[in-house]
Design a protein around this ligand. Structure first.
Ligand code: GDP
Length: 513
């Protein structure tokens, strides 16, 4: 690959078990991925990437890291950012989506849209990036294709446009009909691709033909109009059906992906769009990972190149402080090891060695203009715990560790108004575990957790919170910026509260950004 090779950078959004890993592996195989299939997720392959750095990971046999994979296909370099799910779900999963230009939504045809897909989808929607949909597990008896499209349209409020259409499913799966070129790809057990023009096929039985023609007619009459513009701004999702496990429909998905995915996009910094072609090197840090090497306690900042060219050893400025530094240690994250990367282009992700200078959201630039990329959004936490240092004498280390880990974006911090109790918030349980581990290992402080039953945070945008509004189910706290936040036990308590105090303005926090 060369620097001139065009880039496409994407992440998969899906619910656990929809088939993200399987699809990723198949894509890597097709594209001669630098990371070989079978190493995408340690848990299933039995292999562990070197990114499995932390004790927690070793114990649980999972990869906390959202790593980066690359493949070259049709002379395009495709960067895939892994989005950890399951128990690994954390703010890093969301933050990863700020570093991509396209999302691929994988949906299990049996289950339809599931909770985690919806959460991740909202982040993509907020960013207005193109979303391509792969409806997986066509080899199983799933929902009716038309119902699946209707579900996407209703739940996600996004137009759909099928690029291919299933002929049968589960045991009766015969193939997929490619709508633009009127060909069918036949389903077989051998994983060999067999594509024939629809007009020449001799395999479909008359009832299969009738059903297909009826569906296609319906789609032509009632379907949406396809435009690249609608795809590019996330208003319409091209939909592909297939089966990742059987490698069925994966190549045609990839053929279309390279045509439909967005190239590295201009991004807003200091109120203006920065063109990727600009000579100035710019980019931002979307994730910091500590202790990649437990012996050295080093930290790696994941950096998205947005414009210009990265060259190892170059001098850059950290916009937040104005401090200049040399980027001499830079890595890419493929294969089973970190490799030094000498150059990188817009769309690429590199790992920068960090001795404690960086924060999540930081902008780095070449030259002297202190431009700043838009702030990293704070994602609505869903888990909360009151914390204390077990040993009160360690309050100094406790405060130091807490403030550093909050700054790094490991955890969100809130305080109660009178007693100033510390409440930490996270989008996933893993963040608590990482926080606990790092407080102990890096600051030598044992933390006592009291888990709260609250699951929702709402920022107060209008009116005053008074004591009489609160009880054990609703807790008033302040965030790091001193804004009022109410923590609710569940949707029900929230709705009840809103009915009772309609004049109090509440927001999920995202709108404040
Ligand atoms: P992830 O959690 O989204 O990464 O999902 P995986 O790729 O690990 O897949 C979850 C399970 O679904 C595994 O047992 C896969 O073998 C299975 N699976 C993935 N794709 C397909 C498919 O196309 N058809 C069927 N029947 N199973 C699949």
């Amino acid at each position: 690959m060369t620097n001139e090779t065009p880039r496409r950078t994407f992440a998969i959004i899906s619910h656990p078990d929809a088939g993200k890993t399987t699809l990723t592996e198949k894509l890597l195989l097709l594209g001669g991925g630098i990371r070989s299939a079978g190493t995408v997720k340690g848990k299933k392959s039995g292999k562990f990437a070197t990114s499995d750095w932390m004790e927690i990971e070793k114990q649980r046999g999972i990869s906390v890291t959202s790593s980066v994979m690359q493949l070259i296909y049709n002379d395009i370099q495709i960067n895939i950012l892994d989005t950890p799910g399951h128990e690994d779900f954390s703010e890093d999963t969301y933050r990863t989506l700020t570093a991509v230009d396209t999302a691929v939504m994988v949906i299990d045809s049996v289950k339809g849209i599931e909770a985690q897909t919806l959460k991740l989808f909202k982040v993509c929607r907020m960013r207005g990036i193109p979303i391509l949909t792969f409806i997986n597990k066509l080899d199983r008896e799933g929902k009716e294709p038309l119902d699946l499209l209707a579900e996407i349209e209703e739940v996600l409020e996004m137009e759909t446009y099928p690029m291919n259409w299933p002929i049968g499913m589960g045991k009766t799966l015969r193939g997929i009909y490619s709508i633009p070129d009127e060909k069918i790809e036949l389903y077989n057990d051998s994983h060999e691709r067999e594509i024939v023009p629809y007009s020449e096929q001799k395999v479909l039985q008359s009832f299969e033909k009738e059903k297909l023609e009826e569906d296609i007619m319906l789609l032509e009459e009632a379907g949406n109009e396809f435009t690249m513009e609608k795809v590019q701004n996330g208003q319409l999702t091209p939909v592909f059906f297939g089966s990742a496990l059987s490698s069925f429909g994966v190549q045609s998905f990839l053929d279309n992906f390279v045509k439909l995915a967005a190239e590295p996009q201009p991004r807003k910094a200091s109120g203006e769009l920065v063109d990727p072609d600009s000579d100035t090197f710019t980019g931002f840090i979307f994730k910091i990972q500590a202790n990649m090497n437990p012996n050295h306690r080093d930290r790696i900042a994941f950096f998205r190149v947005c414009s210009g060219k990265f060259e190892r050893g170059m001098e850059v400025m950290l916009s937040r402080t104005g401090k200049k530094m040399k980027l001499s240690q830079s890595h890419s994250f493929f294969a089973s090891d970190r490799e030094t990367v000498d150059t990188a282009m817009p769309g690429d992700i590199i790992g920068l060695y960090d001795s404690g200078n960086f924060e999540v959201g930081d902008t780095l630039v070449s030259g002297n203009e202190r431009i700043v990329y838009e702030e990293m959004p704070q994602f609505p936490p869903e888990r909360f715990a009151k914390i204390m240092a077990k040993n009160a004498l360690k309050h100094k280390q406790y405060h130091k560790g807490l403030s550093q880990l909050v700054q790094e974006g490991t955890i969100q911090l809130y305080k109660t108004p009178y007693f100033e109790d510390f409440i930490i918030g996270a989008v996933g349980e893993l963040q608590f575990q990482v926080f606990e581990y790092r407080m102990k290992n890096e600051y030598n402080v044992d933390i006592e957790f009291t888990h709260l039953t609250h699951e929702l945070a709402r920022w107060v945008t209008k009116g005053e919170v008074t004591d009489k509004m609160l009880d054990s189910r609703k807790m008033h706290v302040h965030d790091q910026q001193g804004r009022s936040v109410i923590l609710f036990e569940n949707e029900f308590t929230l709705r009840y509260f809103q009915d009772k105090y309609p004049d109090l303005g509440l927001s999920t926090g995202w709108e404040l950004l």
